[in-house]
Ligand binder design. Structure first.
Ligand SMILES: [Zn+2]
Length: 280
């Protein structure tokens, strides 16, 4: 992997590429859909994407914004879209004015303020939905949804012939169901989990777990707007996600140490679906 390419993670057709280490860098992209959750310092694997979803303005998540914009300007790519907390738009615009002055170059970009429950079209059947998180500054999480057409419940049980007849009569026998595929929390206290019902139903839940053992207390985690593994453990039964991928673990734990702490604390029945994101 390395910082240039990010680490790859795939589950059932969902392909992620990224890195996440508490306080240092977080950016998890979905190259197939040309989007990323957060941008860290703007690593090369992010430079050709089109849509950037920023959870909050801390530098380890958002410092790459000016760099990405500048690189795109140089490569004459179209204006990138950055979705972000409303309070971040004006200061980031100011930062961009200053970089324009330094670089003597005019940038093209869009900074788009988000609000909770908003739905943002991506492409095809995909859209993003915004959920509130609880951090030390204004912050949001994002869920990628997929729309599926399926037979309306009121028509289930009808024969093929009956359905064909209904269609001939101009009846729309389908309804659209929405599947939450991937949720990304950014930095947050555990409260996000109860903020919207779809989050814990996401097929893949990328959630922060900054602290993994009692080197730091739950209270410490909460003071800094973070989540402690100790708070996640009692909630595992109710999280329906097929994969719970922990991000943003503290650099005080080496990869091996973090793996050991997970193996030790995650109950056996959940061990197969709780894992650490491979890139840090
Ligand atoms: Zn933060």
């Amino acid at each position: 992997m390395g910082l240039t390419n990010g680490a790859e993670y795939s589950y059932d057709g969902i392909n992620l590429k990224g890195i996440s280490l508490s306080g240092i860098r977080t950016a998890i992209s979905m190259p197939d859909l040309s989007l990323t959750f957060d941008v860290a310092q703007g690593y090369p694997f992010l430079l050709n994407l089109k849509n950037f979803f920023i959870s909050h303005g801390h530098l380890d998540h958002a410092a790459g914004i000016p760099y990405i914009i500048s690189q795109k300007a140089m490569a004459r790519q179209e204006a990138p879209k950055f979705y972000m907390p409303p309070s971040l738009v004006e200061p980031m615009d100011r930062i961009m004015r200053i970089w324009e002055e330094i670089e003597k170059h005019e940038y093209k970009y869009e900074f788009i303020p988000v609000k909770a429950d908003e739905e943002i079209p991506i492409k095809g059947n995909y859209f993003m939905k915004v959920f509130p998180t609880t951090h030390r500054i204004e912050s949001f999480g994002y869920t990628l949804f997929e729309n599926h057409k399926k037979l309306s419940t009121k028509y289930q049980g009808l024969s093929k012939e009956e359905l064909i007849q209904l269609r001939k009569n101009g009846e729309d026998v389908n309804e659209v169901s929405q599947t939450p595929l991937v949720s990304f929390t950014g930095d947050t206290q555990i409260e996000f989990l109860d903020s919207r019902p779809w989050i814990r139903k996401s097929k893949v839940l990328l959630m922060e777990s900054t602290y993994l053992d009692d080197k730091k207390s739950v209270e410490h985690a909460r003071t800094w707007g973070h989540t402690h593994l100790e708070e996640i453990l009692p909630r595992l039964d109710e999280i329906e996600s097929e994969r719970i991928v922990l991000i943003h673990s503290s650099s005080r734990y080496s990869w091996d140490e973090a793996q050991r702490l997970l193996r030790k604390q995650i109950p056996a029945k959940h061990r197969d679906r709780v894992e650490l994101f491979p890139g840090r």
